[in-house]
Design a protein around this ligand. Sequence first.
Ligand SMILES: Cc1cc2nc3c(=O)[nH]c(=O)nc-3n(C[C@H](O)[C@H](O)[C@H](O)COP(=O)(O)O)c2cc1C
Length: 317
Amino acid sequence: MNERWRSKRVTALFGIEHPIVQGGMIHNSGGRLAAAVSGAGGLGLVGAGSLYPDEFRAEIRRVRELTDKPFGVNLPLLYDHARDCLDVALGEGVGIVFTSAGSPQRVAGRLKEAGVVFVHVAASPALAVKCEAAGCDAVVVEGFEAGGHNGREELTTMVLVPLCVEAVSIPVIAAGGIASGAQLAAALALGAEGVQVGSRFAATVESSSHSDFKQAVVDGDDTRLVLKKHVPVRLLRNAFRERIEAAEADGASRDRLVDLLGKGRARLGMGEGDLVEGELEIGQVAAMIHDVPPAAAVVARLVAEYDAALIRLGIGS
Ligand SMILES: Cc1cc2nc3c(=O)[nH]c(=O)nc-3n(C[C@H](O)[C@H](O)[C@H](O)COP(=O)(O)O)c2cc1C
């Protein structure tokens, strides 16, 4: 990877070669995906969001069977079992913990005491500042384009990243709308020191999601942020999303939306491949995803395209 402009803070913090993190993704980011990304020189994360603590422990152990490279975990704090999964991660000696969907203050004490590298995901400069104050070693700032659950702020990555770079002195890792090396170069040009990529890794061989979901990502290009009155989430178009959109256009209350959502939609869509009634979480970059390659090929492409982008700008060779 062309070294010009490249800060070493993120790669040094995690002990990795390329400043590329594979984001935690419910129903996608098991141990196989994390190991493939880490093995290719990025940082793979095992996502705890859709796993029971015992399953989570098994996935952490699976990474270690497949690679001896550094890896981490993602703990969305909004789930009931987050605390148990934190116990599992610390008990297994995981050295890198990314948290999201909650207050970093809640877990900062335990993580700092355990001496792990601690990163939180923020969707606004104000939350990025709170992450720094809580003792985070870096902050992921995730723009409106991103797949999965999203902030309410609607700040796009293009605007969010420079605002956060200005607001904090810890390294900023840009997320949302990054699926190519040109987008990686753009994020670094905005002052980010690394990127977190989600959607592009969801449609890879090692992702644990259903093959029909991966194919829907390849075929689809229409995503919308829905359920803002509840927990905002970006979804690919299907009958379920259309029903939610119609209810929202009708002014449905939060309770009505929660009722329509029901339970287990994400598992149904991404885990079981129900493309009609399931939640199909993916980012705007779905429109740029045309294949389901091995995750290592995605890392290699990002690096090669980054180098090509710099040559286009007249600063690479
Ligand atoms: C299918 C899917 C599931 C996700 N689940 C989680 C999650 O469990 N925890 C989390 O912090 N972020 C989650 N995200 C967000 C990603 O970690 C990442 O920040 C985001 O995908 C980056 O934007 P991109 O999709 O444009 O690459 C999810 C994203 C996707 C696409």
